[in-house]
Write a protein that binds this ligand. Structure first.
Ligand code: SF4
Length: 703
């Protein structure tokens, strides 16, 4: 089997949604080394800087949480306790709140880095037994706009393409993404494809000139927030040029008439002015797309993290639909997942508005079906609190207790000072983590040490619906336990039945059963198959195994009620925070190449810290000149919510009027002035509830 090659054990990189295969060698002294898995279809042996340094994060145990800790009240110190003491007390506290204030007084806030099995038991615990839907994850900050976009357009939260489509496409439209840094191995495949086929056209849409632009044939450096206007303008030119797939829009889609009316509301000149682009460039983009044999749109946070995130997604998916570029080789709308298992989490229903296997919380039949399967309490029809709503509810007292698993909200949430206030006010905070570094620990009443990557087994699903099995390779340090085991032990302390799983495989077995006969049916799958094959894409049904699950909608039958794809004529209004005289610049945030999220893992690796040693602001020299700021000066970035002070990095690669801050840095030694989320905006998309990390009004001054 591929699982044990020369004593090397197969696993999957735990950082981004690309989901590269790795082989892990266990040395005699217990440490590990990591290399790319040449047999793995995703990366064929390649790894990016983060993946290449994975072993450091496992071998260096200096920051690991080793045993449960607890304090009896907010004024007493944390004490080392046993697992039983920590979980007994937590169960007693949860029981008290649930009895006194109802099930919605407690919540779980987890992570797109959790394994599918972990998500599954957390979701079952809170929705099936506690009776609340207050289970959300940091995927809300990342993918929820794409989820809604796919559901509205295709009838299902599903990425219809696969990575092998990259080599079959001849036009790529990459928008709101910097895959050269954030999905590096996937982008290597695009680069290699382009190098071998110079006629392949790459259009990049971004207010910044990023490394992704290095191979672009056309860079559309649009004004932030104007994505829908741009996509509509391209749609208009496609119609004018007769580059519409009429068979597809008439026989397999609906909404084209309305769409056509909408995109003709603005002249091209008007749209170009709004977007800050040349008309000729928009025409050129439309010309490339119109001539494509295989057309892939690729996007991520630049579209998703927006108050108009859903509309941006829909306007983009429309470009695939009106040209009929979906359900065929080398074509389709391809949302790049940020986190390694955001997709797996949704498969088990791990968001506040979902049930397992993408069932709908609002559907009484779905609720009944799941309740019967779990044998617990009636499932609450009311959607739970989403990520930012949980912290609002802690602030106003509706929520009493929060259980934070594998995420670091005090660095990653927008307008983070509100979250800080919220955790101060919370009656009971459980923090389940691997590292003693997250700022959140300061507010914990109970700290539960978790096993990390390579210390536990389970599954993840990457951006192309590929499910992989991750081996347990080394023992967790101290008394740390796998997250799923912690949750199951707690559930049993609460007296709930159905959490005494033999092992992770048993949890997985239960999950796959629940997917039977749904669109994401993986009822034919188990650990044995995954270990044997290395990985498979969903769906993976029991009897009628669909041989080619690489690409969805090849039969042009969509998952909507009418079986047609829906072209949504979305408005192009953008209600982001308006710049004013006081706050004249637009701030956008994002990742840097060598760090992952809030740096609790990658920040431990010296090599990775060399790329950028500290936080910075990227600002155009013209804007810097107005302020009297030169390279290396300390800049003060102020918004209506807070302040950041970082070194200025002058760059002609960012659009004048726009500034950029990296998202990774939090509080360091009590200093929180590197933390981008001091200033970001917690306004959310009205449907997806995803916050806008890409657009807020700021002022920059010299320190
Ligand atoms: Fe890991 Fe993503 Fe890099 Fe692959 S591209 S090695 S999955 S971080």
């Amino acid at each position: 089997s591929r699982n044990h090659t020369d004593k090397r054990v197969a696993s999957t990189c735990c950082y981004c949604g690309v989901g590269c295969g790795v082989l892990v060698n266990k040395e005699k002294n217990g440490s590990i080394t990591v290399e790319g898995n040449k047999d793995y279809p995703v990366n064929k042996g390649m790894l990016c800087s983060k993946g290449l340094n994975l072993h450091y994060t496992v071998n260096d145990k200096s920051d690991r949480l080793l045993y449960p800790q607890m304090r009896y009240n907010k004024n007493t110190p944390m004490l080392r306790v046993s697992w039983d003491e920590a979980l007994d007390r937590t169960a007693a506290v949860f029981r008290t709140f649930i009895d006194k204030y109802g099930p919605d007084s407690v919540a779980i806030y987890a992570s797109g880095q959790c394994l599918t099995e972990e998500y599954y038991v957390m979701n079952k615990l809170i929705k099936g037994f506690i009776g609340s839907n207050n289970m959300d994850t940091n995927s809300r900050l990342c993918m929820s706009s794409a989820v809604v976009g796919y559901k509205m357009a295709l009838g299902e939260d599903c990425v219809p393409v696969c990575y092998d489509d990259i080599e079959l496409a001849d036009v790529f439209y990459v928008t709101g993404a910097n895959p050269a840094w954030c999905h590096p191995i996937l982008w290597r495949r695009v680069e290699t494809h382009k190098a071998a086929n110079p006629d392949v056209k790459i259009i990049v849409v971004d207010p910044r000139v990023t490394d992704t632009c290095a191979i672009a044939d056309l860079h559309l450096q649009l004004n932030p927030g104007t994505d829908v206007t741009l996509n509509h303008a391209i749609g208009r030119v496609l119609i004018e040029n007769g580059d519409i797939d009429l068979d597809f829009v008439h026989n397999h889609a609906e909404g084209f008439e309305q769409y056509s009316t909408t995109v003709f509301k603005r002249t091209l000149a008007e749209s170009a002015a709004i977007c800050g682009l040349r008309e000729s460039d928009i025409r050129l983009a439309a010309q490339y797309i119109g001539g494509a044999k295989g057309f892939i749109t690729m996007w991520t946070m630049g579209l998703n993290q927006s108050v108009a995130g859903v509309n941006k997604n829909l306007s983009l998916i429309n470009l695939n639909l009106v040209t009929g570029h979906i359900g065929k080789p080398g074509s389709g709308p391809f949302s790049l997942t940020g986190q390694p298992n955001a997709m797996g989490g949704r498969e088990v229903g791990g968001l506040a508005n979902l049930l397992p296997a993408h069932r709908d919380l609002s559907n009484p039949l779905h609720r009944e079906e799941v309740q019967r399967f779990w044998g617990g309490t009636a499932i609450n029809p009311k959607a739970g609190l989403t990520a930012t709503e949980m912290f609002e509810a802690l602030n106003d007292g509706r929520l009493k207790a929060i259980w934070i698993v594998c995420t670091n909200p005090l660095t990653s949430l927008p307008n983070v000072r509100l979250a800080e206030e919220a955790l101060k006010k919370a009656k009971y905070v459980v923090v389940q983590d691997i590292s003693n570094k997250p700022e959140t620990l300061k507010y914990a009443d109970v700290i539960l040490p978790a096993a990390a990557w390579a210390e536990k087994e389970g599954t993840m699903t990457n951006s192309e619906r590929r499910i992989s099995y991750l081996n347990k390779i080394v023992d967790a340090p101290g008394e740390a336990l796998p997250d799923a085991e912690i949750i199951c032990r707690f559930a049993q302390k609460m007296g709930y039945k159905g959490f005494d799983y033999r092992d992770a495989a048993a949890i997985y077995g239960e999950h796959v059963k629940l997917t039977a006969k749904t669109n994401i049916d993986v009822s034919g799958l188990n650990y044995e198959i995954l270990k044997e094959k290395g990985s498979v894409q969903w769906p993976y049904q029991k009897k009628r195994y669909i041989k080619d699950s690489r690409r969805l909608f090849t039969d042009k039958m969509f998952y909507t009620a009418s079986k047609r794809a829906i072209i949504h004529a979305v408005p192009d209004e953008f209600n982001g925070e308006k710049p004013t005289e006081d706050f004249p610049l637009i701030l956008t945030t994002g990742r840097i190449r060598d760090q992952w999220h809030t740096m609790s893992k990658t920040g431990k690796v010296n090599k990775l810290n060399q790329h950028f040693k500290q936080a910075f602001i990227e600002i155009h020299p013209l804007d810097a000149q107005d302020i009297g700021l030169v390279e290396g000066d300390i800049a003060v970035i102020t918004s209506r919510r807070g302040e950041v002070q970082v070194k200025a990095k002058l760059s002609v690669e960012i659009k004048p009027g726009v500034v950029f801050l990296p998202m990774h840095w939090g509080k360091i030694l009590g200093n929180d002035l590197n933390r981008a989320n001091n200033v970001t905006n917690d306004a959310v998309d009205p449907v997806s509830k995803e916050p806008d990390f890409k657009y807020c009004a700021v002022r920059v001054t010299k320190f």
